[in-house]
Design a protein around this ligand. Structure first.
Ligand code: G3H
Ligand code: 13P
Ligand code: NA
Ligand code: ZN
Length: 328
């Protein structure tokens, strides 16, 4: 059944688990997520970005998610719009039937320029007012995703600030977070702790100076009743990087957010964990390997089946590691 994010995250907080929120663009991702949820008895958050809507088209995306709800009626599903850039973008998603939206007012309508605090409060507050009247949940964001290692925003996938950010902008302030939640009444708050979108998060396995898990603890201590969201939380599996590069890929050395660090976050109020890149890497690795090993094959179902299996394994691992499993 389709449920709101508030319903799911309240349950997660009560029981102390986290929920991976996987980005969805196509049938294979949708199947992988649902089969893994079915296998582990996990509730699901699927999220669609502006890029996904552009790729698949809004009606296809909507019906892909509704098809999942129909085929797996026993699994609770949150249909979430990722990184909305204005209240009107969120409004259109609500009209399409999304049960949750993100109003990312940390960036302007271009999805790139960092904004002032007051602007963020205003667009988020307006979105909450509209969404709550429709029974839809809202995720806000305070602070900008970016690399504490380089001081760069890292906008390689087109979502995120561009250019140079200050250390301050890249770490959400606990006091400001408390004010923001009070002023906007958001259901969940995305915070900045040094992660960024895409595969190139860290040039070395991250330590506390570049991945600020301690900041999560400080924010949670200040606003213990707010559901926290970690963006840019792919772990960038080294085994998949190796497979991609073994079969013709050229991805330079890079590191993601270790699962153990996310688990630490979940102990301190993190309830939603955004993951897109890991499924992209697994899918690409599986397809490269299959095609290299089966050079006479040309039926897309053969290699896409490999893609589904690889993504499903990642989803199962995250459902289990985050404690989502068994909570559907
Ligand atoms: O928020 C970032 C997600 O990875 C979505 O990326 O805009 O390429 O769909 P995308
Ligand atoms: P990754 O690029 O780390 O998978 O993050 C995805 C994300 O935050 C989507 O909003
Ligand atoms: Na989101
Ligand atoms: Zn994000």
């Amino acid at each position: 059944a389709l449920i709101s994010m508030r319903q799911l995250l309240d349950h997660a907080a009560e029981r102390g688990y986290g929920v991976p929120a996987f980005n969805v663009n196509n049938l294979e991702q949708m199947r992988a997520i649902m089969e893994a949820a079915d296998q582990t008895n996990s509730p699901v958050i699927v999220q669609a970005s502006a890029g996904a809507r552009k790729y698949a088209g809004a009606p296809f995306l909507r019906h892909l998610i509704l098809a999942a709800v129909e085929e797996f009626p026993h699994i609770p599903v949150v249909m979430h719009q990722d990184h909305g850039t204005s209240p009107s973008v969120c409004q259109r998603s609500i009209q399409l039937g999304f049960s949750s939206v993100m109003m990312d007012g940390s960036l302007g309508e271009d999805g790139k320029t960092p904004t002032e605090y007051d602007y963020n409060v205003e667009v988020t507050r307006r979105t909450v007012e509209m969404a709550h009247a429709c029974g839809v949940s809202v995720e806000g964001e305070l602070g900008c995703l970016g690399s504490l290692e380089s001081g760069q925003a890292g906008e390689e996938d087109g979502i995120g600030a561009s250019g140079t950010l200050t250390h301050e902008q890249m770490l959400t302030d606990p006091e400001e977070a408390a004010e923001f939640v009070k002023a906007t009444k958001v259901d969940a708050l995305a915070i900045a702790i040094g992660t960024s979108h895409g595969a190139y998060k860290f040039t070395r396995p991250p330590t506390g100076d570049i991945l600020a898990i301690e900041r999560i603890k400080a924010i949670h201590a200040r606003i213990p009743d707010t559901h926290l969201v970690m963006h840019g939380s792919s772990s960038v599996p080294q085994d998949w990087l190796k497979i991609i590069n073994e079969y013709g890929g050229e991805i330079p050395e890079t590191y993601g957010v270790p699962v153990e660090e996310i688990q630490e976050g979940i102990k301190h109020g993190v309830r939603k964990v955004n993951i897109d890149t890991d499924l992209r890497l697994a899918s690409t690795g599986a397809i490269r390997r299959f095609l290299a090993n089966n050079t006479a094959e040309f039926d897309p179902r053969k290699y896409l089946k490999e893609s589904v299996a690889a993504m499903r394994d990642i989803c199962v691992a995250r459902y289990e590691a985050f404690g989502t499993a068994g909570n559907a």
